[in-house]
Write a protein that binds this ligand. Structure first.
Ligand code: 5GP
Ligand code: MN
Length: 336
């Protein structure tokens, strides 16, 4: 594993790694929580933190506001992540590790399990992260939170086993869109390579997560594409999914992932947007940029956040109003 020792980080980041590890070593029971509607990096990061705490002889309790996406059930220990919405625990925790959350609100309702004076370690890679923890481990040029967790494991001098390596690889794979996005740095490939050497079945995970589709997922895609709309200059493309579409196609929440890319991937499109109507009539917005517009800034102006090229927000508006206001904001950003 000597090849892993090539990463050189600024002293301030090394300090953060040390403080994060001390935070883990100092406690005994920890609550580990990632953002609502967890994606591949959120679940993988939860599992890697849980794994690392167990290596350190600690007791992690892993939780999320919602369910682990079905597609991620192959990850070892994923069944131990408590679904807060289904079975909120009685216990409160005075040591919390929040991962892949740009701000405190992204934790969602599971924050009810925090003691009022809980110490909170915030581990994240979002540029919009506001350092909401009592301790913060943030590296915004990391492609995924699992990449930071690899730094931490390496710093701790612990070698990942296949279980941890599979989760790390999965977080890297999903947050880089299959090692294709601009966040696919040499460090990403280096860590991915080390994980493969650890026995990770990279081809199986890629096929399972990026190629295969369920029939309801394809039916949902069909509906979404039938509504694809372009701005006059074809620089903005968007589509929407109505709440009724979910039940009518049999699709589940995770089937929405990737849909926005069909809007972005059209030649000439600068920003692709997916609008999803939620159960209570609010609209969840996913934005993707080809590089010209900073969608994190646009999302932030609506109370959301994310990355320059991938961001989101939630609007308490009907779908038509949400489309009108977000498309207008994107138009202004592109004309700036
Ligand atoms: P997605 O569109 O896939 O839900 O999210 C894209 C990126 O934006 C992710 O990094 C996600 O964490 C972030 N994001 C999505 N929705 C929100 C939101 O409502 N608030 C914040 N702060 N970030 C969001
Ligand atoms: Mn992430």
């Amino acid at each position: 594993m000597t090849a892993a020792k090539t990463a050189l980080f600024p002293a301030a980041y090394m300090e953060q790694l040390k403080a994060a590890l001390d935070f883990m070593r100092d406690g005994s029971r920890f609550l580990v929580v990632a953002h609502v509607q967890p994606d591949g990096d959120a679940i993988s990061s939860t599992l890697v933190v849980g794994w690392l705490l167990r290596q350190l002889g600690k007791q992690p309790v892993m939780i999320n506001e919602g369910a682990v996406p079905v597609r991620l059930h192959f990850l070892e220990q994923s069944a131990s992540i408590i679904n807060y919405g289904k079975q909120p625990p009685e216990e409160k925790f005075d040591r919390v590790i929040a991962i892949d959350c740009a701000d405190f609100r992204r934790i969602g309702l599971a924050n009810a399990c925090f003691e009022d004076d809980a110490l909170l370690l915030n581990i994240d890679h979002h540029p919009t992260n506001n350092a909401f923890g009592s301790h913060n481990l943030i590296r915004t040029d990391a492609a995924a939170t699992v990449e930071i967790l690899y730094d931490l494991i390496e710093y701790a001098g612990i070698a990942p086993d296949t279980e941890a390596a599979t989760a790390i690889y999965t977080g890297l794979l999903t947050d880089t869109g299959g090692f294709r996005y601009s966040n696919t740095t040499p460090r990403v490939m280096q860590v991915a390579s080390l994980m493969l050497a650890e026995g990770v079945k990279g081809h199986w995970i890629a096929n399972h997560l990026l190629e295969r589709m369920t029939k309801p997922q394809l039916l949902l895609l069909q509906r979404g594409l039938s509504r694809l709309t372009f701005s006059d200059d074809n620089q903005i493309a968007w589509l929407y999914v109505a709440f009724a579409d979910m039940a009518e196609t049999g699709a589940i929440g995770e089937d929405l992932e990737g849909l926005v890319n069909y809007a972005l991937n059209v030649e000439g499109v600068q920003v692709g947007i997916l609008f999803k109507e939620t159960e209570n009539g609010d609209v969840k917005v996913s934005m993707r940029s080809a590089g010209k517009a900073d969608v994190a800034a646009i999302a932030q102006s609506f109370g959301g956040g994310g990355h320059v090229r991938a961001a989101g927000c939630r609007l308490e508006q009907g779908i038509q109003e949400a489309v009108a206001s977000v498309v207008q904001a994107v138009r202004e950003a592109l004309n700036r």
